[in-house]
Design a protein around this ligand. Structure first.
Ligand code: ZN
Length: 263
């Protein structure tokens, strides 16, 4: 992560915009500067990516890069909060990035219409200019999550993974550099032989509030990690059940036999 000293001050405009945040107990100018210095890559600009990126950009995240190869459909408008009816047919990544820069002109938002893979990750994540500070998985299927997890472990980039389906969601923040486990340690075996991984928003449905809540929780964890250098979910999986209005935290450990992250 870029040290705050490299960006010495907040401008008057930034101080005004982020005034309520800098006032917070436990969030100071250094936290705001760390957030301004941070670069986040978000994979998926849909139901999770819209609320998560909007909150992070409003809060003052310096650079966000959205990667998504999808176009906006009418059925997305129920939950994908950065899009308007006139946007139907346009690429999600570019439309979301444009909207984010309108919401906060003091930050930089970029969109790339592409599908992230292990082959194009180095280029798409712009690794030549340094590692992103955080990857946000905002996708909706296990196959893509598995690819993102492999990229996170290979390049040792922290991964904040959220999922939302029907009225349920899950959230975890993996730090491969600490050997505390990865997405596969938690879900690999489970998904390999169950039907759970086949469920997507497209075939199972999702309540509008589920993605809004999970995207907000994802932004909440990202702000703590980027601004305060604190992982609020070390070895913890957050599970949200919207029908019961209940949140549970479950512990997990690195699987020492994990084919992805175990040495
Ligand atoms: Zn693992």
């Amino acid at each position: 992560m870029t040290h705050p000293a490299e960006i010495e001050v907040l401008t008057d405009e930034e101080l005004l915009r982020y005034a309520r945040q800098v006032l917070l107990d436990g969030w100071d100018l250094d936290a705001q500067l760390r957030l301004k210095s941070a670069r986040v890559v978000m994979i998926g600009a849909g139901g999770l990516g819209c609320p998560a990126s909007e909150t992070l950009v409003r809060a003052g995240l310096g650079q966000v890069h959205l990667i998504d190869d999808d176009v906006i459909e009418a059925s997305n408008l129920q939950r994908q909060t950065l899009f308007l009816p006139d946007d139907i047919g346009k690429p999600k990544a570019l439309t979301a990035a444009h909207m984010l820069e309108q919401i906060n002109p003091l930050i930089s938002a970029r969109g790339t219409v592409a599908r992230l893979s292990q082959d194009n990750a180095y280029e798409l994540l712009d690794m030549a200019s340094g590692k992103p500070d955080l990857l946000l998985d905002c996708t909706d299927n296990f196959a893509t999550r598995d690819v993102i997890n492999r990229i996170s472990v290979r390049y040792q980039i922290p991964l904040l993974s959220a999922s939302a389906i029907a009225m349920q969601g899950q959230l975890a923040l993996f730090e491969p550099q600490l050997n505390t486990g990865c997405y596969y340690c938690v879900f690999g075996a489970l998904n390999a032989d169950t039907e759970f991984d086949e469920r997507t928003c497209a075939n199972s449905g999702v309540l509008a509030s589920t993605t809004a809540i999970m995207g907000s929780l994802q932004a909440n964890a990202a702000l703590q990690y980027l601004g305060l250098t604190k992982n609020p979910l070390t070895n913890k999986l957050l599970i949200w059940d919207g029908s019961l209005m209940q949140q549970r935290i479950m512990g997990y450990r690195q699987d020492k036999q994990c084919p992805i992250c175990a040495i």
